[in-house]
Design a protein. Sequence first.
Length: 484
Amino acid sequence: MKHISSIGLLAIVLLCGCATTRVVPPPHENAHTFLEDNLRYGVDVDSISEYSFSKIILKNGEIRTQTEQEQKTFNKWGNLVYNESRMTFQTNDTIDFTIHRWRTNTYNDLGQIVRAEEHDSEDGLCTSVDYTYTKRGLLETEVETYHPNCVPTTTKHTYDRYNNEVCTEYLEADSVLLRITYKYNRRGQLVEESSFRGADGALTRRTTNTYNRHGDVVKTATLETLGQEGVIVNPGWPEEDDIRKHLNRDTWGKNRPPVKPIKLDTIETVYSYKSKGVLAEKRSRYSAWGGDWYTAEQQEYHNNGNLAKKTTWSNYRTKDGSRVPWVGIYNEQGLIVEEYHYSTKEKALRIATRKEYNDQGEEVLRMDYDSKGTLRTKTTTTYNSNGKVVEKWAWGHNGKVSAHEEHTYVGDVWMESKIYYDTTRLKQHNFKTAEGENFIVYDKNGNVKNNSVFVKTPNLEWYRSYQGEGTDDLRNELRRDIFR
């Protein structure tokens, strides 16, 4: 279902002599603006330089290394404008091969991307995407060319006066591969979405939604392409490999696969509500499977409105048609305290998980059971006054401790963690020093397997990992410089 959201701005429309209101959704969000995760360093970052190194020793004694250098440059909006990377693979002292790639992005005065280019010196690949926008600033076209010798593919977006997208077309040159249309009610909610195959315009999928007076969906009906074993398959969407087969300008359009007939099946889902927006039951069925309700979900609530019980089941997973339910019991905080699964072999509900919480809603006890209801594992967790985990114990089915954790803080600041295989044997020791954070990993015999150091400042991050106790056998390294 296409998700439609709103920003609270009401458009007043006079229709049939009565006043109706309709919510205007926000402008179309361009998913290709290339906003980087590096924005966590702040929008004042001009560029970031990264270096990484990794080494493995093969069984024959050869040393294989991989080195990568990457440079990223950002504009005033924090969008990526240039990204260059060079990867080198080496065995002993011989360079096996090098990969050199770079990407450039161009933006308009509104900060919207208008062109993206990707280059690869290894095979000469140059992929480009050009973007255009409507007068309202909504994404209108995306024209992608995988290579200068390839036929471009285009995505076109059409909108109504309320900024709802009403049509999306996927084209190869001037040939339509797929067309999707959307219809909305006066509230701006999606009431119909239809997909049509470009080869012959045949309907490949259609979904209709019905709403109650509160705006809650009460019924969804879908015509879907049905697979050989009752599995719903992709309804005519152009597959990546199929598109690339026809991109070359010399062969495009000459070897089209035959158009296969489309068989559609009806999928129906209905919803009922306890009150406005509070779901009570949901049921679904396929007409090809006899029209029976094959899945269902029921919900019950506490007096405070929080979920008290949820039951889901299905009657098509077992050969004899027995339902396979899942039941969850929740406390008054709305947190799950008991979980039951259906045991197919025993044909009965069995406890699967039991949990307990403190007054702050933090999990303090968890018990997991097998299909026969026998306790398999038990975990307890203790917190400090700031809600931080200070200790955790885990026991196996034999009652023996299988894991133990201890964490130390100064206020909210983490200082040290010790993780044990059992009660005494250290598995991992993490601690903070004036220089940075240290991570030491031990094997079950108490020998150091790995020793790592991590340092982070506002303008620098680096990480090094060594094999064994010493600092001579460097296995991994990462350095990130942030320039402002």
